[in-house]
Design a protein. Structure first.
Length: 220
């Protein structure tokens, strides 16, 4: 069974997707981490983010692996190296939306995501899972929250990673990414018509997960 979870940054997708996958005993796939890993590779190789041909070439050469840990967390490997923390750096966040709007990049990563998903039961989280990667997913969710709450959640998350950030900058960055992710030509962030919309602004994580779990167990 495929569970697709889409929505804007900071809506709580990763948190609920991880817990939901653990409770269901499914594999958890964070597709945003894959776009981040490729962005890291581009920056480390001093490739101009606007040079689509070079970035496409890089995508074809990149080896990106996701490995689940027993505690439910996920480690991301780029060309055999654990980059789980590196991909959360502000410089990656700044450029990832520009890298992920490139058509060739999406073709390569969507193919990888389908291969991972076809291995068995999994929860995939991203922006285009229910619309493009797995349009036939058995369960689709679109997780949203007010922009203020999303910025505050992302700010706390980054503080937890010991990053020296200001909430106002986090809010600006989120607004900028939302704009690029929702307006790009290829696979923009959209709610699939058959996705269940959940606004998490006023809901607890537990409440959201319980609701999703019930819906996943309904008719298979
Ligand atoms: O979920 P995240 O913030 O880690 O995602 C990072 C970026 O990757 C996000 O700004 C847009 C892009 N992305 C995408 O285009 N498609 C996906 N399926 C997942 C992420």
């Amino acid at each position: 069974m495929i569970v697709a979870i889409d929505g804007p940054a900071g809506a709580g997708k990763s948190t609920v997707a991880k817990i939901l996958a653990k409770k269901l005993g499914f594999l958890y796939i964070d597709t945003g981490a894959m776009y981040r890993a490729l962005t890291l590779k581009a920056l480390e190789n001093n490739i101009d983010i606007n040079d689509e041909n070079k970035i496409n070439e890089l995508a074809l050469k990149a080896s990106i692996d996701l490995r689940g840990n027993p505690d439910g967390s996920l480690s991301i490997f780029l060309d055999g190296r654990d980059v789980s923390l590196d991909i959360r750096q502000p410089r990656i966040t700044r450029f990832v939306s520009d890298v992920s709007k490139i058509k060739g990049v999406r073709q390569v990563l969507v193919k990888m995501q389908r291969e991972l998903g076809e291995k068995g039961d999994c929860v995939l989280e991203g922006r285009d899972i229910g619309t493009v990667v797995f349009p036939d997913a058995q369960k689709k969710f679109f997780i949203d929250a007010s922009s203020q709450v999303r910025a505050n959640r992302r700010f706390k998350e980054l503080k937890g990673l010991n990053q020296d950030v200001e909430e106002v900058d986090v809010a600006k960055d989120l607004a900028n990414r939302d704009k690029i992710d929702s307006s790009r030509k290829v696979s923009p962030l959209r709610k699939a018509p058959d996705a269940i919309y959940i606004d998490t602004t006023e809901l607890s994580i537990e409440g959201v997960v319980e609701k999703m779990l019930e819906l996943c167990k309904e008719n298979g």
